[in-house]
Write a protein that binds this ligand. Structure first.
Ligand code: C2E
Ligand code: MG
Ligand code: MG
Length: 729
């Protein structure tokens, strides 16, 4: 390619110029030693390898006399085409001249050039220039670096910093940065104003101890610590209360994120918070207005309907019943008219408090308006009758509490209420229908003379009334001693009667003979089981004493059923021992039947009581075995004598393989624990044969006899002996 300008001996010139940078302080000369030449070559290669743009320009003409490969690459021109071209072809220089290097010859000055490559791309180069003189001719050597990217990055950074600063200074939010110890490293002007501290006054202080409400510190600090340990997602939102310098509390909604250093380590947390104190107060006021009754503070109709919907949805899943109680104060209008609305309001407020104190935390007490209140009871039993009994208990409690005198100012007022109840489960009726039903039932309560409770469903009302009547009669039965014990024989494998089970019957003049299934549960619920149970033990011991003197009956054991709640009483052991003493019986004749439900609570207490009675000689049988709470680990620890296979397994033992397996397993278990087994509910010879063949030691059931009064038993025993001597077991 053609060289454009003087001088023509470029190589010689370059050789001279290359020497400039390194040895310019020395006197230059043309004759280079061989070693010098090699040095220069190496130096040349180094310069060529550099990304810097190195140009040597004749000072006077402005032509490029030398360039390194870096310059050629960046300017996009082959060296041959570059040499001899004016520098201004590539570089904006005023008047096409080189910039003036510093006056003192040889020292470098910092320069900035706008350059254009041959391809037209523009860039900025920064570097230094040095003025050299070779043989009296001035040259400028330029060492430049493309700093376009750096400059852009620096300007982006500057812009970002300015933006952040502007944002921090003007944003109407508190922005605070904490180090990993929770000390403030930065807080913006808004934050300072909000907290009432001077600019930077908080920097270096512990944020939590200084600014966070004392009641929330114990929650917020651990939360922060988790954040700096990287145990959360990194970006978190939460609310907390700050305390300003003047002691005012401010509710702030925060967004927080962790800050990292260059190595990616968490070095702190940056949080931006909005003061939501007023907004929250306004929301709460609006919510309260929309959903609560201003006079009593109770939920209003709207919230009740909402809770009702939720309750229905929940009961679809849980199958539990809910009850809606519609309550209306009796003669409220009279109080309002005669004593004024203030008194009326006081009564309503007091009523609301009494109602709330009468129900559980999960229940809702609402005021519909006037003197009408509606209560929603949740989580009642899935069984309708039990749910009815549960809601009846609550409603009765309410009637009792509302009937207590009210102190209204200087007046004492006595009032009552009428309650209508409807039960439901799931969403089989609409919300409106349910309210109507409860309302209707409430009117029936009013019609029945007020201070009363009525169920909407007549069948339910009948069941509730019947239960109440039964309870009443049972209370009377305890006092009037209307109970008798019947005895059902227990027979060994050879067919000999070895004992009896005592089974209670209630003989009521009006109701006739009532089996325990109809009243024991009720007695357990209302506590009457204690006097009843005491009577049973006493009566069984009396019977044992009576039989003790007769050879035919002296060896019989008497099994007595003991309810779990009865067994749990602290004085149970003493009561049993006292009865044994009173009748002077052989305690080994007494066998107590307990069920697995005694194991639900304090097992150690159960074991201690059993051990004490066993010490005395009393024996134990585990009744209804396999139907309840069977932790074999516990069963193993109980000082038992016998396992009693429940009749539900015996009933189908010959037809249901599962029942057969269970009976076999219980017998095997008894054997391995060294306990006897008895099967109850044995009705057929084949059932008996199966059980005895499997190793069951004793049987009891209609096959031998139904439970019978004590005096009939002797007769039965005699008959049995005769039969047995003829037929066998
Ligand atoms: P349990 O202790 O499991 O008593 C067995 C029940 O099965 C008795 O019913 C008995 O009459 C009945 N039964 C006996 N053999 C047969 C049979 O071959 N076929 C059928 N289908 N049934 C048979 P009962 O007397 O009505 O007693 C029911 C439950 O009431 C007893 O079950 C026991 O848990 C409880 N109970 C009875 N007396 C008392 C008592 O004095 N105190 C307590 N706390 N509970 C008692
Ligand atoms: Mg029993
Ligand atoms: Mg049983």
């Amino acid at each position: 390619m053609k060289r454009r300008s003087e001088p023509d001996d470029w190589d010689a010139l370059r050789a001279r110029v290359i020497g400039l940078g390194e040895h310019s302080h020395r006197k230059s000369h043309y004759s280079l030693s061989r070693a010098r030449l090699q040095d220069n070559e190496r130096f040349r290669r180094l310069l060529d390898a550099s990304d810097e743009i190195i140009l040597v320009v004749a000072r006077d003409s402005g032509t490029i006399v030398d360039a390194n490969d870096g310059a050629c690459r960046r300017l996009g021109v082959a060296r041959g085409d570059l040499l001899g071209r004016p520098l201004r072809d590539f570089c904006e220089c005023p008047d096409g001249m080189l910039p003036e290097p510093p006056a003192d010859n040889g020292s470098a000055g910092r320069l900035l050039f706008r350059m254009t490559s041959a391809g037209g791309s523009r860039f900025t180069a920064a570097g230094s220039a040095a003025l050299e003189s070779v043989d009296g001719a001035p040259f400028v050597s330029l060492v430049l670096l493309d700093v376009t990217e750096q400059q852009r990055a620096a300007s982006v950074l500057r812009e970002e910093r300015d933006r952040s600063r502007l944002y921090l200074d003007t944003v109407p939010a508190i922005v605070v940065a904490l180090d990993t110890q929770g000390r403030v490293t930065m807080i913006n002007p808004f934050g300072c104003r909000l907290l009432g501290c001077g600019d930077g006054g908080l920097v270096g202080r512990d944020w939590f101890a200084t600014c966070v409400s004392p009641t929330e510190q114990a929650v917020v600090r651990p939360y922060f610590e988790r954040l700096v340990r990287g145990e959360t997602g990194g970006h978190e939102t939460f609310e907390n209360r700050l305390v300003t310098a003047s002691g005012r509390q401010v509710l702030v909604a925060w967004r927080s994120g962790v800050l990292h250093d260059a190595a990616g380590e968490i070095v702190g947390v940056l949080s931006a918070g909005e003061d939501i104190t007023e907004r929250r107060a306004a929301e709460e006021a609006a919510y309260s207005l929309a959903f609560f009754d201003p006079l009593t503070g109770l939920p209003n109709r709207r919230l009740l309907l909402d809770r009702l919907q939720h309750g229905m949805a929940a009961s679809v899943r849980s199958k539990n019943h809910l009850a809606l109680l519609f309550l209306d104060l009796d003669h409220f209008k009279t109080l309002n008219d005669t004593q004024g609305h203030d008194q009326g309001d006081r009564l309503l407020v007091e009523t609301a408090q009494r109602l709330q104190a009468s129900v559980g935390a999960a229940d809702t007490v609402s005021r519909l308006g006037g003197d009408e209140f509606v209560l929603l009871l949740e989580q009642l039993s899935p069984k309708l009758e039990e749910a009815a009994a549960q809601s009846e208990i609550v409603a009765e409690r309410i009637l009792t509490r509302l009937a207590a005198p009210y102190e209204l100012g200087h007046e004492t007022y006595r009032g009552t209420a009428s309650i209508g109840v409807t039960l439901f489960a799931g969403n089989d009726a609409s919300v409106d229908d349910l309210l109507k039903r409860a309302d209707l039932a409430m009117y029936q309560a009013k019609a029945a003379g007020r201070n009363a409770l009525r169920f909407f469903d007549p069948a339910m009302q009948a069941a509730v009334s019947a239960r109440a009547a039964l309870e009443n009669d049972l209370r009377h039965a305890v006092a009037a001693k209307e109970f008798v014990l019947h005895y059902q024989p227990q027979v060994d494998a050879a067919g000999a009667c070895v004992g009896v089970e005592a089974l209670i019957r209630w003989v009521n003049p009006r109701r006739g003979m009532i089996v325990p299934g109809a009243f024991i549960r009720l007695a357990e619920e209302n506590g009457l089981i204690h006097p009843i149970g005491r009577w049973v033990i006493d009566e069984a011991c009396r019977q044992i004493a009576a039989w003790q003197d007769d050879d035919e009956t002296a060896a019989l054991s008497v099994a007595v059923n003991v309810s779990t709640c009865q067994f749990k009483r602290a004085d149970f052991v003493d009561e049993v021992c006292a009865a044994i003493e009173t009748y002077g019986i052989d305690a080994a004749r007494l066998k107590l039947e307990i069920t697995e439900s005694v194991l639900v609570e304090d097992v150690e207490d159960v074991i201690a009581k059993m051990a004490a009675l066993r010490q005395r000689g009393v024996r134990f049988s585990l009744d209804d075995f396999g139907t309840g709470y069977s932790s074999l680990a516990y069963v193993k620890r109980l000082p038992l004598d016998q396992l009693k296979i429940d009749q539900s397994f015996v009933r189908h033992v010959l037809v249901d393989p599962n029942d057969a397996i269970i009976c076999r397993a219980v017998i095997a278990l008894g054997r391995s624990l060294g306990l006897g087994t008895i099967a109850e509910g044995v009705e057929s010879p084949t059932q008996r044969a199966f059980l005895v063949a499997e190793g069951c030691g004793f049987v009891q059931g209609y096959l031998y006899a139904r439970p019978m009064p004590g005096d009939q038993l002797r007769e039965w025993l005699r008959l049995r002996q005769t039969e047995q001597s003829q037929v066998g077991p």
